[in-house]
Ligand binder design. Structure first.
Ligand SMILES: Nc1ncnc2c1ncn2[C@@H]1O[C@H](COP(=O)(O)OP(=O)(O)OP(=O)(O)O)[C@@H](O)[C@H]1O
Length: 326
C-alpha cells in the first residue's frame, strides 16, 4: 500500500495479513506514521486517489436484509485496488497487503482465490472487480461505521445534531424524516447525551468535545454497522473523558454485536478495550496476540519498548477494565 508523494512512492503498509473475527474487539497500536490510519481508511474505502493497494480485503458477512444501498455509496467502499469478497466463515474481514518485494504469500486462508484479480501499476481509483453479488459488498456508513479523532471535523458545523444523525438513518435505512428523527433521539439516549430533546436541535459548537464525540459515535452506528472503526477516537479528549468514551464504545459494541477495530497510539487504552492487539511499526505488523499476552509477555522487543514507554510516562492501568463506566 503506497502513497504517491512528490513524484515518488511512499510505502505505508507492507506485508500485512490480518483476519478480524466477527464480534471481536481488535486494537491496532503503534507510533505515529506506523500505518494505523492507512489500514483503517483502506478497510473503509476512504483512501485518496494518490494511493495504490496491492492486496485485498475479504468481507465475509452478508449484508443486513432490507438495507438500502444508495448507488452513490457503492463505488467508494473499496481501496483503490483492493477487492472485497463474500465467503462464509468465522472471520468478518481478512486483509492481505502485499509488500514491496511482491511476496504474495499472504492470501487469507479463509478466502479462495478470486477470479478477475488484477495486479500491477494502477495509480488511480478505478471500478473494482468483485467476486460476489453487489448486495454483498460492505458499504461505508451502512456496514462500516467510522469514528474519527476530531469530532469537530467530522460533524457539520451548520447542521443540527438531530439532522446529522437522522440523515445517516434516512440515507442507509430508507427511513422517513420523522422516523429518522425518532431514531436519532434514541441514539442520543444510547450514547447518554444529557437532554436528548434539546441536543437534537443543538449545533456542534454548543457541545463539549466529549459530547461531540458521543454524537459522532451515534451517527457512526445509526445505520447499524457490523464493523465499527474508531481511529484515535479518544486522542483529542482529556483522560477522564477518554475513559468514558472507551467505556461507551465497549458498551455499544456489546449491545449491537458489532466488531470493533480500535486504533490508538495508547497501549493502555487499547488494553482496556481490546481482546487482541496488533502492533504496527513502519507499516508492518510487528506482533499480534491476545491482550494479556501482548501486555504481559510480549514476544517482540518493540512491543516491550512501547510498554516501557507507557509505564515510564504515567501509571495508567494496562488491564484494569472494571473501572470503566459508560
Ligand atoms: N494522503 C497521504 N499522502 C501521502 N502519504 C501519506 C498519506 N497518508 C499517510 N501517508 C504516509 O503513510 C504513512 C503511514 O501514515 P498513517 O497516517 O497511516 O500512520 P498512523 O500510524 O496512523 O499515524 P498517526 O498516529 O500519526 O495518525 C506515513 O509515512 C504517512 O506520512
Amino acid at each position: 500500500m503506497t502513497f504517491r508523494r512528490d513524484g515518488s512512492e511512499v510505502a505505508a503498509l507492507k506485508n500485512i495479513n490480518l483476519d478480524i473475527a466477527t464480534g471481536e474487539r481488535l486494537a491496532i497500536i503503534g507510533e505515529s506514521g506506523s500505518g494505523k490510519s492507512t489500514l483503517a481508511l483502506a478497510i473503509a474505502g476512504l483512501l485518496p486517489v494518490s494511493s495504490r493497494v496491492d492486496g485485498r480485503i475479504d468481507w465475509f458477512m452478508p449484508p443486513t436484509l432490507g438495507a438500502k444501498a444508495p448507488p452513490s455509496v457503492l463505488p467508494d467502499i473499496s481501496p483503490a485496488r483492493g477487492e472485497i469478497g463474500g465467503v462464509a466463515g468465522g472471520s468478518l474481514l481478512a486483509i492481505s497487503v502485499i509488500g514491496e518485494s511482491g511476496d504474495d504469500g499472504v492470501i487469507s486462508p479463509l478466502a479462495g482465490e478470486m477470479s478477475g484479480r488484477t495486479e500491477g501499476g494502477v495509480t488511480e481509483r478505478q471500478p473494482l472487480k468483485f467476486n460476489t453479488a453487489p448486495s454483498h459488498i460492505p458499504r461505508g456508513g451502512r456496514d462500516i461505521g467510522f469514528v474519527f479523532q476530531d469530532p469537530s471535523a467530522s460533524l457539520d458545523p451548520v447542521m443540527t445534531i438531530g439532522k446529522q444523525i437522522a440523515e445517516v438513518a434516512r440515507t442507509h435505512l430508507g427511513l422517513t424524516w420523522p422516523r429518522a428523527y425518532v431514531k436519532a433521539k434514541t441514539l442520543l439516549e444510547r450514547v447518554r447525551l444529557p437532554d436528548p430533546d434539546s441536543a437534537l436541535r443543538a449545533f456542534p459548537h454548543q457541545l463539549s468535545g466529549g459530547q461531540k464525540q458521543r454524537v459522532a459515535i451515534a451517527a457512526a452506528i445509526a445505520a447499524g454497522p457490523k464493523l465499527l472503526i474508531a481511529d484515535e477516537a479518544t486522542s483529542a479528549l482529556d483522560t477522564i473523558v477518554q475513559a468514558e468514551i472507551v467505556a461507551l464504545i465497549r458498551r455499544l459494541v456489546a449491545e449491537d454485536g458489532m466488531t470493533l477495530l480500535f486504533i490508538s497510539h495508547d497501549i493502555a487504552l487499547a488494553a482496556a478495550l481490546a481482546e487482541r492487539i496488533a502492533v504496527f511499526r513502519y507499516g508492518e505488523l510487528v506482533e499480534l496476540g491476545v491482550t494479556a499476552q501482548i501486555v504481559g509477555a510480549p514476544a517482540q522487543a518493540y512491543t516491550r519498548t512501547l510498554l516501557d514507554a507507557h509505564i515510564g510516562l504515567d501509571a495508567k492501568p494496562l488491564l484494569n477494565r472494571a473501572e470503566l463506566q459508560a
